[in-house]
Write a protein that binds this ligand. Structure first.
Ligand SMILES: [Fe+2]
Length: 390
């Protein structure tokens, strides 16, 4: 991330014009965020400032650069123009909701469709996510990045273009309900009170209420907004339902949400390296995230970022049958159907006759469902496997 230094300038409200695009955000003189970077300024905004008696503002020129800190991208998949379109369409939705207008969701949908098109054309290239240059823009950049990631992952999962579009739009809008939560609560650095925690946890329901009547947004996107904080173990919110009641589209959006949050720098912590963030998601497979979706996400995202797959030779894995084994051989670098030596049966008991199964040819149709991170289990499986291999 490029080092930041204060380049603030004071500008008068008279300087602003309808449609003007500034490269940095606008703040009031006390430092409260007013208007995001690169979003055309609206006459209504100028009028509102004037009606509030505001004559001067602080302007901080910044540049959102695509990608570099996250992926060292030299061959980006999504054009800057399309990213900007997603960003602006999101800013328009925020503007509409803030001003109690009916949100214009057609542009958000259109921009996500453009992303999906570019991903389809550029399959195999590296994704370029927006890089955060201003903490005040976190929610905008996070929303855009979640939608880019979710669109990419949904495309890799092989969904139809309609489904991909729904997942991308839902991921763009999933935190829209936070607009109605005071920024003093959202940006509070001290620990939150139980009442404040409660108010933040209302954002999925508030967001759902804001978009539920839209005919431009389908049910999949609406469910993503409502359910993206559900967990497969049923300990999420607002509904507290278990994995079988959460559809795969919501599961993808939840993982993208967590992944982008972990890999983005925040005022209170540095960004996690991509490899570590992927591992964190896999460690929460089965509790927070759906194991199969998490594994597939991890392998696809590793491939996109050109880092080693978390599923490698010697990985200890759980199979879809509940059996546990060790990966003996991968057919290719990002293979999800390797050859596995099955060491423990479905009940966790050591097999007297361990069998090696090539998942590609397995008549039972076993799949890898989870990578094991429990050290004692790994040691047990490895020592049993070594006794067989010796
Ligand atoms: Fe959220």
């Amino acid at each position: 991330m490029i080092g930041s230094f204060d380049t603030s300038q004071v500008i008068t409200v008279d300087y602003l014009r309808d449609g003007m695009v500034l490269s940095g955000p606008l703040y009031d003189m006390k430092g409260s965020f007013l208007w995001p970077a690169r979003v055309p300024i609206k006459q209504e905004f100028i009028d509102r400032l004037k009606s509030l008696g505001i004559t001067e503002l602080t302007y901080r020129p910044i540049s959102i650069e695509t990608a570099a800190s996250k992926s060292q991208v030299s061959d980006p998949m999504i054009s800057e123009e399309t990213q900007r379109k997603v960003y602006n369409s999101f800013a328009n939705v925020v503007w509409d909701i803030t001003n109690n207008s009916i949100p214009r969701l057609d542009k958000a949908k259109e921009s996500i469709n453009d992303v999906a098109k570019e991903i389809r054309i550029g399959i195999g290239k590296t994704i370029n996510l927006l890089d955060l240059k201003s903490h005040d823009e976190y929610s905008y950049v996070h929303a855009v990045n979640c939608s880019l990631l979710a669109t990419l992952v949904a495309t890799k999962f092989g969904f139809t273009s309609d489904r991909v579009s729904s997942i991308g739009v839902g991921s763009l809008l999933m935190d829209i309900g936070k607009i109605k939560i005071p920024s003093s609560v959202l940006n509070k650095k001290e620990p939150l009170t139980p009442i404040e925690v409660d108010s933040i946890r209302k954002h999925p329901v508030i967001g759902y209420q804001l978009i539920k009547d839209s005919t431009e947004i389908d049910d999949i996107a609406k469910r993503i907004v409502l359910m993206h904080h559900e967990r497969v173990d049923g300990r999420g919110y607002p509904l507290g339902v278990t994995g079988d009641k959460i559809d795969v589209y919501v599961k993808i959006a939840s993982i993208c949400d967590a992944f982008d949050a972990m890999t983005t720098e925040r005022p209170y912590r540095p960004p996690l390296p991509i490899r570590v963030a992927i591992e964190e998601i896999l460690k929460e497979a089965g509790t927070k995230f759906d194991p199969e979706v998490a594994l597939r996400f991890a392998v696809e995202v590793s491939k996109v970022y050109k880092i080693q797959s978390p599923l490698s030779e010697n990985s200890v894995v759980q199979l879809s049958t509940g059996e546990i084994g060790i990966v003996l051989r991968l057919h290719s670098d990002y293979d999800m159907m390797p050859e596995v030596l099955i060491v423990l049966d479905t009940f966790g008991n050591p097999l007297r006759n361990m069998v090696s199964v090539d998942l590609v040819k397995d008549s039972v149709g076993r799949k890898v469902s989870k990578i094991i991170y429990d050290i004692s289990l790994i040691l047990k499986v490895k020592s049993l496997a070594e006794s067989k291999i010796r």
